[in-house]
Design a protein around this ligand. Structure first.
Ligand SMILES: NC(=O)c1ccc[n+]([C@@H]2O[C@H](COP(=O)([O-])OP(=O)(O)OC[C@H]3O[C@@H](n4cnc5c(N)ncnc54)[C@H](OP(=O)(O)O)[C@@H]3O)[C@@H](O)[C@H]2O)c1
Length: 298
């Protein structure tokens, strides 16, 4: 059985695509609600209804997928891990960077892996889950103990029919996705616009080079990046074109007054800049402004 911690959009996508009867969501402590029922809308074909049970005491999962938001991950794992056996591989699906390192610092002896996925799922209303775009999921080890198990984890997740690939060195993939998110997400949240509207926005045009130059310097200092700021901007603008109609996850969170993952994207760049002595005024500004959106909404 595969246990999934975080019964949100991405967790429900894995639950819907992994073989029926082999998944269960991990409940919050003391909670044992009704099974999670929802209508799954695949990218192709008819929608269908699903009912996913919660993990029961005594269940012994062989794999744990963690699909909470980055900011909730540590607390969710602190509650869940006492009932998950030590050798069970843990796959972290969070965007950005920082939450993965928090987990490996607290549980260095566990087999911890990270996933970088371009699958897209969202919940337009209660009771529905839309698989909005197919992509690829790379899985790689973060701790030494995960090195032996990571190819079998890839095999288990590939039984979903989604494209799952092994990646020995997962950090560069997490980094590359962070850079794209850093150049798109905060701007869409602040300007309340879809990805494709960004290139016409003066605020985006006056700050995107700053985001990219700061990211290029930090990435180079961490041996994660060889590209220049202008090359990063070119890549970001390629993604803006191919995702022009998308509402970014950060904009969706901001619209609903939910905490965003800004701390783990531009905030991570700003924190690492401070640690490395690399100035990051633009990433700091974007982090503060996105954080103040939440304060304004509360
Ligand atoms: N959705 C995508 O297409 C996608 C694609 C790539 C990467 N990601 C990344 O995957 C992560 C999850 O994204 P998402 O879109 O699935 O977010 P989401 O829809 O907000 O789902 C997160 C789920 O975690 C649950 N949760 C929070 N704290 C918990 C706890 N202590 N114990 C158990 N469950 C807890 C939340 O429950 P409540 O709602 O009850 O708080 C929610 O159901 C994010 O880091 C995101 O960036 C998502």
């Amino acid at each position: 059985m595969i246990a999934i911690l975080g019964a949100g959009s991405l967790g429900r996508l894995w639950a819907a695509t992994l073989p029926a009867g082999q998944v269960a969501f991990v409940p919050r402590p003391g909670q044992m609600p009704e099974p999670v029922r929802y209508q799954f809308h695949p990218t192709e074909g008819e929608a269908f209804c699903l009912s996913i049970p919660w993990l029961q005491s005594g269940d012994a999962p062989e794999l744990l997928l963690v699909t909470t938001k980055a900011g909730d991950t540590l607390e969710a794992l602190r509650s869940a891990l006492p009932s998950i056996a030590e050798p069970i591989p843990i796959v972290l699906f969070q965007n950005g960077l920082g939450s993965q390192q928090q987990v490996t610092q607290v549980w260095p002896g566990r087999p911890v892996l990270a996933a970088s996925t371009t699958e897209a799922a969202n919940r337009p209303g209660a009771g529905g889950l839309v698989h909005a775009g197919t992509g690829q999921t790379w899985i790689g080890p973060l701790t030494d103990r995960a090195r032996q198990s990571f190819k079998s984890v890839v095999g288990q997740l590939a039984s979903s029919g989604l494209k799952v690939l092994p990646e020995t060195d997962i950090m560069p993939r997490l980094w590359q996705k962070l850079v794209i998110n850093a150049g798109i997400n905060p701007f869409t949240a602040l300007l309340n616009c879809r990805n494709g509207e960004l290139p016409d926005q003066p605020f985006y045009r006056s700050h995107i080079d700053g985001v990219c130059q700061e990211a290029a310097r930090i990435g180079a200092a961490l041996s994660l990046e060889t590209r220049t700021g202008p090359q990063l901007r070119e890549q970001i603008e390629g993604v803006i074109k191919t995702t022009a109609g998308n509402v970014s996850s950060m904009l969706a969170d901001a619209r609903q007054g939910r905490p965003t993952e800004i701390r783990y994207i531009n905030g991570w760049l700003a924190d690492n800049g401070a640690r490395l002595g690399i100035p990051t005024p633009v990433n700091q500004l974007l982090t503060e402004r996105v954080e103040s959106l939440l304060n304004r909404n509360h």
